[in-house]
Design a protein around this ligand. Structure first.
Ligand code: SAH
Ligand code: MG
Length: 219
């Protein structure tokens, strides 16, 4: 796809399918005003996340990479009653901002925000969390993608989903830039997941690419 075609596709998606609730849009607006980076999933991917997650009727969602809480809001809106979402953020400023987003949305009890390095928090979570996970969404350090997969995929229930954002790159650094460590790790993840016999995977080229893997077998 030419760069022009790609940009036009993104604009079309945002215009036609990217309707977002006013309070979600407000979180993005406040985040921009506060100087947080504009690297949230945006409305088209947010909508895809909610659609995919809601098909799983999730009771437990785990997210790595909270930023302002925008993708968390979309995912939380897919939860069953009694459901909860654990979201992990390393940057304290982002986490504090997100905490306000969750309070404003009335999600204080539903969102369990954990501050720390995703790899360490995930290690503790997998060791201590008794419930299997319905949906995993990873949108954090790209070089760490293979480790997030290695740590988390065994805790996804059969029928559940593991979703990774930026499966085709970030910004101008696209998936064929294999000299970039983040891209190398993303490519390794895509290939590992595509070949895994307990998962069925697809990669959707919306925005910066969404890798979606559904667990189809326990072993
Ligand atoms: N999912 C969010 C955007 C996340 S941006 C949304 O769509 O709204 C990526 C976030 O991951 C940033 O806030 C960054 O601080 C965080 N991050 C980067 N490396 C991390 C790590 N090792 N552990 C936890 N969070 C990390
Ligand atoms: Mg992303």
């Amino acid at each position: 796809m030419s760069p022009q075609r790609w940009a036009a596709t993104r604009e079309y998606l945002d215009e036609v399918i990217g309707r977002e609730p006013a309070d979600f849009a407000e979180v993005r607006r406040r985040a921009r005003a506060a100087g947080l980076p504009a690297i949230d999933v945006g409305p088209a991917v947010g909508r895809a996340l909610r659609l995919l997650a809601s098909i799983c009727r999730p009771r437990l969602i785990v997210e790595v990479g909270t930023l302002a809480g925008y993708s968390t809001l979309w995912l939380a809106s897919a939860l069953e009653p009694e459901g909860r979402i654990i979201t992990i953020e390393r940057d304290v400023r982002h986490a504090e901002f997100a905490r306000e987003s969750f309070a404003a949305a009335g999600l204080g009890e539903i969102v369990d925000l954990r501050i720390g390095d995703g790899h360490e928090v995930v290690r503790d979570l997998v060791a201590s969390e008794p419930e299997l996970i319905d949906v995993v969404f990873v949108d954090a350090d790209k070089a760490g993608y293979p480790d997030y997969w290695a740590q988390l995929h065994g805790s996804v229930r059969v029928g559940g989903l593991a979703i990774f954002d930026n499966a085709l790159g970030t910004g101008d650094t696209w998936i064929d830039h294999l000299d970039n460590p983040g891209i190398q790790a993303t490519d390794e993840l895509n290939r590992t997941v595509a070949q895994h016999d307990q998962f069925e995977a697809a990669l959707f080229p919306i925005r910066e690419g969404l890798l979606v893997a559904r667990r189809i077998a326990r072993s």
